[in-house]
Design a protein around this ligand. Sequence first.
Ligand SMILES: *[C@@H]1O[C@H](CO)[C@@H](O)[C@H](O)[C@H]1NC(C)=O
Length: 208
Amino acid sequence: MLGKLTLVLACAAAAMAFAPCHPGSPPLSISSASIHSAAKERKLALSMSVRSSSEETCKLLQRSAVNKILLGTLLAMPTTSFAEDVDDEKIRAGYATLVDLIENWTKYAGSGDELNGDNVRRQVGTVGNKSPLLGIRKALLRKQVDIDLFEEFDKSLQEIDSNAYSAIFADTSTAPKRGYEYMNDAKRDAERTLEIYKKIMDSLGLKP
Ligand SMILES: *[C@@H]1O[C@H](CO)[C@@H](O)[C@H](O)[C@H]1NC(C)=O
């Protein structure tokens, strides 16, 4: 966004430079939309020229035309393009996080009696605020991902969290399964989530 704004400013400055203010030179008019209003302003300028020098008028007109072009360009800019780039990055980072979680499963989840459900949850973004998967749903919705894929992904991601959470308390409660069983379920959920995630990225034309 800032980059584009700078570009627009540079263009405006260049336009100013190429249309130097000489008495009698026509006011700056670049887009067809501004021609109409430029004509109006020329009329105004004619009536003003009684009071001010034509050079001053020319400068006034230029400033107004440049302001219009600036405003027009800002309004015409697709407001989502910046967000889309950020979303693409986030979606790719989310993919890398899932792959890391699965490939390094025991590093995060622990093993045997030393399980760490919260580390798994940290990776999927339900604990802490570091995971790129935190807020991934909003990013996917902004990308208008297929709603069935989205719901499948959403459910699967929740199941990782739910099973990793159950693993934390299973061995000290009357839970029907042992902690490691919940953790195995969480891993299966993570693998399924990755499969859906791949489909989503494919549908969006995103490479990992
Ligand atoms: C797994 O962990 C190792 C060591 O931390 C890391 O270098 C590697 O990139 C991880 N794998 C993935 C797929 O991120």
